[in-house]
Design a protein around this ligand. Structure first.
Ligand code: C5P
Length: 225
């Protein structure tokens, strides 16, 4: 682990799931634990970066020295990220953002009226936070290095390669293996313009430390120093 390889960098990270309200007591979410994102936040902070972590609803302690902003929905996450991104030099999107949200969130709890009728939900698409940031002027000018994640059930390399181009990011990280949700270990596939390489099975803590080094090596400023 290269000490302080991110010194002077400002790293913005999204982590966890989002929660999309149906009414004040119900909503739609997913099983993301946030562990990978929190591990990266900790590793980046230990590598000397100033770290801001935008977290969806998760049960995890904030890593020491990390600024944490809690959000619920994808729209709130986008808002927080949009506010923080202009100050960042690295953006790492690990959050499992809900693809859709209910088109209408009821102000009051939807009541079961005994008639057996069920509510009909319709959905609208959520903003793509990573793609939005990756299209920003600073990202396009390589002042903001963007990293995306991918969780795929099959053909990871193919999907991760396509996703990197589609999202417009220099580095896309694939979760190798099925359902890493909630686990403390993982293996990662790194895909960039030059090709791909694997970070073999290890704890998320170790993988986060390795990923931080990989990111540091790819930073334009870093290579010029
Ligand atoms: O398209 P997909 O959800 O598979 O892309 C995953 C990557 O994009 C992750 O880095 C995730 O954090 C990010 N993402 C996002 N906003 C969305 C959907 C995904 O930032 N609405």
């Amino acid at each position: 682990f290269t000490p302080k390889c991110l010194a002077g960098q400002k790293v913005l990270i999204t982590a966890g799931p989002t929660f999309e309200a149906i009414d004040p007591v119900r909503g739609i979410t997913n099983h993301s634990s946030g562990k990978m994102g929190f591990a990266i936040a900790r590793a980046a902070q230990e590598a000397g970066a100033q770290v801001t972590l935008v977290a969806g609803p998760v049960h995890l302690h904030t890593p020491r020295g990390v600024q944490r902003l809690n959000v619920q929905s994808a729209q709130e996450m986008l808002h927080a990220v949009t506010q923080q991104a202009p100050a960042a030099s690295v953006f790492i999107a690990t959050a499992a953002v809900a693809d859709w949200r209910p088109a209408h969130s009821a102000q009051q709890k939807i009541k079961k009226d005994g008639s057996g009728e069920v509510p009909m939900l319709s959905f609208v698409e959520n903003p793509d936070i990573l793609a939005t940031v990756a299209q920003s002027e600073r990202a396009q000018a390589s002042d903001l290095f963007c990293v995306g994640f991918a969780a795929e059930s099959h053909d990871l390399l193919q999907h991760a390669t396509a996703k990197r181009v589609r999202k417009g990011v220099p580095l896309l990280v694939g979760n190798i293996g099925p359902a890493t949700f909630g686990r403390d270990d993982n293996a990662l596939l790194l895909v960039d313009a030059a090709g791909h390489r694997e970070l073999p099975h290890a704890s998320k803590r170790e993988l986060a430390q390795q990923l931080v080094v990989e990111i540091a090596q790819r930073l334009p400023l870093h290579s010029k120093r």
